[in-house]
Design a protein around this ligand. Structure first.
Ligand code: ADP
Ligand code: ZN
Length: 603
């Protein structure tokens, strides 16, 4: 075969062409080069090491931190007729022995190993006695100490370069900033490696950021109106919020499950397995969930708390729509999120630099929330990639109105300044807004605040309107949470120019109920629609797939993904030759399932 890489892609995986940089990466590694690959989730990273492992002689050793997913990864390869196995702590001794022997006999194409396992004497010794095609270091950003996925064992992996200088190494991640990339290159001794940085755009994901009002109702609306029966992930900041949100959704008839680090290992494994195996499960989770989850048909990712950084947000939302079909990334955030984040940073341990970094990351996240330009443009700019306005985010689909908020900002700032002088007390946002709106109450009089000059000067805005002003001032860094004492709100240096009238401010208009409904229908992700008869065939194929998957004890998508079944339903192949032309049907799957597929559509 003149082109072994392309041949493998078509024969084993059933795809007709490489995507993006895949070919260059694969050929580079096949020729023995080291590579650092940055590609968004769903970009097709796995093939970048799986194909070289098949083409080169010896076994490809894949280092992956995700023990719970190794079984699925190996099952998926086995379905393709690839000889794969894993070594990790969940195995019985006899299984370990069998895998080791298969490796030594040169029978394995791919071997998955957890990093802590790899660095044991026994494992290094085993590897030294076999033949290795390459090392693939998956989720390479785990080596980064500032990231939330840091795994200390990853720091030991630079050792591979010393011990096996002639074996190519390929590190892969979906984390995109230049800083993280440099950190990975340094810590894994990949400075000499060729870097492949793909476009991070995920055009099929519709990004939407909404103002938090009644977040549970908003969430329910998103699920019931836009994503009924779809798989999705809902991210919350705390364990208790995960629990209460999952409970609420279950009561509302949604198939929701909780996931956070406080649940027992078994519960977590079980919930994860159900998410992967059953259709239409909504996982309510902390960020402990999701890395390496290769479920292709997650249709929405919702955040009901503000993520800590754009990097995190991008990775989490990236778990939607890996199959390339329309998906939604939805975030609800409000004033309280901003205040809470600042408090958390102030209270966090660690040195000044660490706090500064955290603060900077939240600031970037807030700027994204408050932007009046294309969300995707802002997101990608954060990763140093420039694009035109996308047409598939809320600000593109229904551009927000702006208003001159200079005077309102001055009023808000004056009030904050007055209260700051009484900083023995902690006055929350609600009290500040009550003063502006001139609310006469017991509490107000007990502080004597009804006699402040700012009392009642802000009747032109509703309470919600003022919350919007304050939120945007916090996002702009003109108001901050006091780092000492009571966490009162205070003015920053940046506010001076506005107070003096030297700088004017333009704010996003808070959406009113009326135009919210209008924008909702316009800005939601389109759904894939098949003609009615094809839809019926598709449903039959899905039923067939579910029964096969159950029999084999694997997630549905490991048998075939939706896109493949949809193509079968649409094109109605008549024989094996027709089936061969469908994306996602390779030699092995044709043998195993060809007859069933033909029978299923001729019914
Ligand atoms: P990543 O690891 O980068 O998140 P995967 O390797 O899981 O992405 O690939 C995402 C999906 O795209 C998978 O279903 C994979 O089979 C599919 N895919 C990858 N490369 C190709 C290709 N060249 N043609 C068609 N589908 C592909
Ligand atoms: Zn856009």
């Amino acid at each position: 075969m003149s082109d072994p890489c392309l041949d493998t892609l078509q024969r084993v995986f059933g795809y007709d062409a490489f995507r993006g940089d895949q070919r260059r990466i694969i050929e580079h590694v096949v020729q023995g080069g080291d590579a650092l690959v940055l590609m968004p989730t769903g970009g097709g990273k796995s093939l970048c090491y799986q194909i070289p492992a098949l083409v080169r002689s010896g076994t490809g050793v894949v280092i992956s931190p995700l023990i719970a997913l190794m079984q699925d990864q190996v099952d998926a390869l086995t379905e393709l007729g690839v000889k794969a196995a894993f070594l990790n702590s969940t195995q019985e001794w006899s299984q370990t022995r069998a895998v080791e022997q298969a490796f030594l006999a040169g029978e394995l194409d791919l071997l998955y190993v957890a990093p802590e396992r790899l660095l044991t004497d026994r494992c290094l010794d085993l590897l030294a006695r076999g033949s290795i095609a390459l090392f693939a270091i998956d989720e390479a950003h785990c080596v980064s100490q500032w990231g939330h996925d840091f795994r200390p064992e990853y720091l030991g992996l630079s050792f591979l370069a010393e011990r096996w200088p002639d074996v190519p190494r390929i590190a892969l991640t979906a984390t995109a900033t230049t800083e993280t990339r440099q950190e990975i290159a340094e810590r894994l001794s990949l400075q000499q490696a060729e870097h492949f940085v793909a476009s991070f755009d995920r055009p099929n994901i519709c990004y939407r950021i909404v103002e938090k009002k009644e977040v549970r109702r908003q969430l329910l609306h998103l699920i019931k109106e836009e994503h009924p029966g779809d798989s999705g992930i809902i991210y919350c900041l705390s364990r208790s919020r995960v629990e209460s949100t999952a409970e609420f959704l279950v009561k509302e008839g949604i198939h929701a499950l909780p996931y956070h680090a406080g649940l027992g290992t078994e519960v977590r494994a079980e919930n994860q397995a159900r998410f992967l195996r059953e259709d239409g499960v909504v996982m309510v989770a902390t960020i402990a969930f999701g890395m390496g989850i290769n479920k292709p048909d997650v249709r929405f990712v919702a955040h009901i708390d503000l993520p800590k950084s754009i990097e995190g947000y991008y990775q989490e939302t990236g778990r939607a729509g890996r199959d390339g079909e329309p998906a939604t990334a939805w975030l609800a955030y409000g004033l309280q999120d901003v205040v809470q984040h600042q408090r958390m940073i102030n209270d966090s341990l660690g040195n000044e630099t660490h706090r500064y970094n955290q603060g900077r990351q939240v600031d970037a996240m807030l700027a994204l929330c408050e932007t009046v330009s294309c969300r995707r443009q802002d997101l990608l700019a954060y990763f140093d990639q420039a694009i035109e306005p996308c047409g598939n985010c809320d600000t593109c689909l229904s551009p927000p109105e702006c208003w001159d908020g200079t005077v309102a900002a001055q009023k808000m700032m004056s009030t904050i300044y007055r209260l700051w002088r009484e900083r023995g007390q902690r006055f929350g946002a609600g009290h500040i807004i009550d003063i502006l709106r001139g609310k006469d109450s017991e509490r107000m009089r007990s502080y004597g605040h009804q006699s402040l000059t700012v009392f009642g000067i802000g009747n032109e805005l509703t309470e919600q309107g003022w919350r919007g002003v304050l939120r945007q001032l916090l996002a702009l860094g003109m108001v901050a949470v006091d780092t000492q004492g009571y966490g009162t709100l205070m003015l920053t240096e940046a506010s001076r120019a506005v107070l003096k009238g030297e700088r004017s401010l333009s704010f996003r208009r808070e959406t009113t109920v009326a135009n919210k409904t209008a924008s909702r229908t316009r800005s939601s992700a389109p759904r894939v629609v098949l003609p009615p008869e094809a839809q019926q065939r598709f449903e039959r194929l899905r039923e067939w797939r579910a029964s096969v998957a159950k029999e084999h004890g694997v997630p549905n998508f490991i048998i075939f993904n939706d896109a493949t079944l949809r193509q079968v339903a649409l094109e109605q192949p008549q024989n094996f030759d027709d089936l061969r032309c469908i994306s996602g049907i390779g030699v092995r799957k044709l043998q195993s399932y060809g007859t069933d597929l033909l029978a299923c559509i001729s019914e």
